[in-house]
Design a protein around this ligand. Sequence first.
Ligand SMILES: CC(C)(COP(=O)(O)OP(=O)(O)OC[C@H]1O[C@@H](n2cnc3c(N)ncnc32)[C@H](O)[C@@H]1OP(=O)(O)O)[C@@H](O)C(=O)NCCC(=O)NCCS
Length: 179
Amino acid sequence: MSEPSIYQVYEEAERRLRERAIGYTVRHAEYRDLDSVIGINEVSLPEHYPRSFYEELLEDYGKAFYVAVSPRGEVVGYIMNRIETKPGFFKHWLVRSGHVVSIAVLSEHRGRGLGYVLMAYAMKTMYEDYKCGETYLEVRVSNKPAISLYEKLGYRVVKTERNYYLDGEDAYVMARRLP
Ligand SMILES: CC(C)(COP(=O)(O)OP(=O)(O)OC[C@H]1O[C@@H](n2cnc3c(N)ncnc32)[C@H](O)[C@@H]1OP(=O)(O)O)[C@@H](O)C(=O)NCCC(=O)NCCS
């Protein structure tokens, strides 16, 4: 099965936002959002980072750092990324690759398409603004919702990293070409 283009993904994201996440918006993150972003990370994922890490990603790759905002104006989800130059998964030479560092949506706001929309916006930015030819991420092998989301977006498992997480769980590395 061939992967959907980022433009197909983006169109589908706009549809999901319109139909399933009525009143929600997705916009670029700003410094004033970082407390909320860190709070969402803390309750949603076992992997935490110092504040300086969030600040660096916002400073350096802010165009690919998005937040989802509820109809009441609360930040309820985020995605942050890093742009790297590395050997490609699909080409043997160095490529620019958009690394999805972290994504989470607060549990009460899941299942409305926000995870999909955050990913779609980030993928479009990786290609259009940062000229990435690929994108990749790591995901716990047990994280079925996230794996299903990434597959829907055209990512495929390209390798397994044994003992990747501090608690010993393996990670799938998933990647796709852009656009
Ligand atoms: C992964 C996560 C960001 C998805 O956010 P979300 O807003 O609920 O996702 P969406 O509503 O956009 O769902 C998109 C797709 O993800 C998959 N998905 C989402 N929730 C799922 C669930 N509970 N079970 C199985 N698949 C699920 C489905 O394929 C879904 O597509 P569909 O709407 O066509 O069924 C969210 O579950 C989360 O924050 N999890 C905790 C943090 C985390 O695990 N982050 C990823 C680390 S790699």
